[in-house]
Design a protein around this ligand. Structure first.
Ligand code: BES
Ligand code: ZN
Ligand code: ZN
Length: 482
């Protein structure tokens, strides 16, 4: 989709449809005065009252060059923020593209930069369809999105475009089925992306990982015929960094999670192709970071493996030695995310990362706790937590701080190794996070459990069913605001 910014009056905008946001109980703005009878009729009939999600369309609007004029509900004016706008634009895009609109303009009346950014994001995200492998799909797409806004909004507009496209890049990766998206292909896609945007790419293969002693990661991958990969992508600021800080982004890249020998039930197992959504989010964030050029060095590490049940698969009771030297008793082979992440965390520390953030579809328990709305956030450092939560809030990615007291430590006791890889039935998202914390040590670290938020089981008016690309914008913003 082509995305452009123009500064024009409403009547001169050329498009298949031009959309204007209207709040509840708002009288028509000056530009829409001549449409007052229509708007009054919409309100009195109850067809359009300005509530979020509403949309009303008029063909051949008098005096406009656009073929259609649409009004979109903005909800209550005092509840309005960029997140509301992002959804309103996405909703209009999804509704109107299905009606055959190819070129859609959004009229943004002189509002702030955050709105321009969110509007473009909403359009790009709303236009995404997970139908690459469905030739019979009847989902339609926009060809062009035009943001009608003051010229001063251009930098924000460009930022929104980069962020939206990076998030869709992540969604494309997550959407691929696991027979296609193997660890090797994920690494290839990462390499191509890194080359395109000018980032350093490196991949550690199985023999290198064995040499280094990543026994925890390799234990997970040994049951699969697909070789593992540790993807490493580096961003360095152009001018010498003003900070000694070095941000490490670690993402879970399990391209398919059968559970291993502790196998998962068949029902719903197909969804486990999204178990690499944390890794894909880091790749999307790096793509945006390369283009937006924050002033802090950032290194992404994505351990990519397939958790399978081959004859060489690890067994419950196996004891592995992690890169850190800590031994782990694998009581459940389905708790594999933490096993691959800890070796990547230790390696990130060796690469000099001073601050670590990880994202992982880590536990079913976080879905029980927070549903599909909030990301679960865990930390060993309140200052870094504050930065991550501020970034998430600014980007409209709902996040909730979960506890991680030392009282949870006992859950991970093993009689035969330093740690067990599971902590029993209760507080499952917390014991998983605590396991990671044991390896983060003194390094400031924040963990995002995105198991409930990285995949939509049903489409929303503003977003298709399938991969959400959650956390890409949060991580990019975190680096930009450092
Ligand atoms: N990938 C799963 C977590 C998951 C579950 C993600 C549901 C998305 C939706 C993870 O590897 C896993 O299987 N975790 C286990 C841990 C348990 C064995 C302690 C879980 O959550 O059941
Ligand atoms: Zn698992
Ligand atoms: Zn998993």
């Amino acid at each position: 989709m082509e995305t452009t910014l123009v500064s024009q009056s409403l009547d001169r905008v050329e498009a298949d449809a031009v959309v204007v946001l209207l709040f509840e109980e708002e009288t028509a703005p000056a530009e829409l005065k001549r449409f007052s009878p229509w708007l009054d009729e919409l309100r009195t009939s109850g067809e359009f009252t300005g509530k979020t999600g509403e949309l009303a369309v008029q063909h051949q609007p008098q005096g406009l060059k656009a073929k259609r004029l649409a009004v979109a509900g903005g909800g209550k004016k005092d509840k309005f923020d960029p997140a509301v706008l992002r959804r309103a634009v996405g909703t209009a895009v999804r509704a109107l593209k299905q009606k055959g609109v190819k070129k859609l303009a959004w009229w943004l009346a002189g509002t702030g930069d955050a709105d321009a950014e969110a509007a473009v994001e909403g359009a790009i995200l709303g236009n995404f369809e997970p139908d690459r492998h469905k030739p019979s799909s009847d989902a339609k797409s926009l060809e062009a999105f035009i943001l009608v806004a003051p010229e001063s909004a251009r930098p924000a507009f460009e930022r929104g475009k980069i962020l939206g496209e990076a998030q869709n890049f992540t969604r494309e990766l997550v959407n691929e089925p696991a027979n296609i998206m193997t660890p090797t292909l994920l690494a290839d896609r990462a390499r191509v992306m890194a080359t395109e945007v000018g980032l350093e790419f490196e991949m550690l293969d199985e023999s290198r990982m064995r040499q280094l002693g990543m026994g925890s990661l390799l234990g997970v991958s040994q049951g699969s015929a697909e070789p593992p990969a540790l993807i490493i992508i580096r961003y360095k600021p152009g001018t010498p960094a003003k900070t000694k800080d070095h941000l490490g982004l670690v993402g879970k890249g399990v391209t398919f999670d059968t559970g291993g020998v502790s196998i998962k039930p068949a029902d719903g197992m197909e969804k486990m192709k999204y178990d690499m959504a944390g890794g894909a989010a880091m790749l999307g964030a790096m793509r945006a970071i390369a283009q937006l050029k924050p002033s802090i060095p950032v290194t992404a590490l994505v351990p990519a493996v397939e958790n399978m049940v081959g004859s060489k698969a690890q067994r419950p009771g196996d004891i592995v030695t992690s890169l850190s030297g800590k031994t782990i008793e694998v009581l459940n082979t389905d708790a594999e995310g933490r096993l691959i992440l800890v070796d990547a965390i230790t390696y990130a520390q060796r690469l000099g990362c001073t601050h670590l953030v990880d994202a992982a579809t880590l536990t079913g328990a976080i879905v029980v706790a927070l549903g599909n709305v909030n990301i679960g956030v865990f930390t060993n450092n309140d200052a870094l937590l504050a930065r991550v939560l501020a970034a998430a809030k600014a980007e409209g990615e709902k996040s909730w701080h979960m506890p991680l007291d030392d009282d949870y430590k006992d859950l991970l006791k093993s009689a035969f190794a330093d740690l067990a890889n599971i902590g029993g039935r209760w507080g499952g998202a917390i014991s998983a996070a605590y396991f990671l914390k044991e390896f983060a040590g003194d390094t400031p670290w924040v963990h995002l459990d995105i198991a409930g938020t990285a995949w939509l089981d049903e489409s929303k008016p503003f977003l298709a069913k399938g991969p959400s690309g959650v956390a890409v914008r949060t991580f990019t913003r975190l680096a930009l605001d450092w």
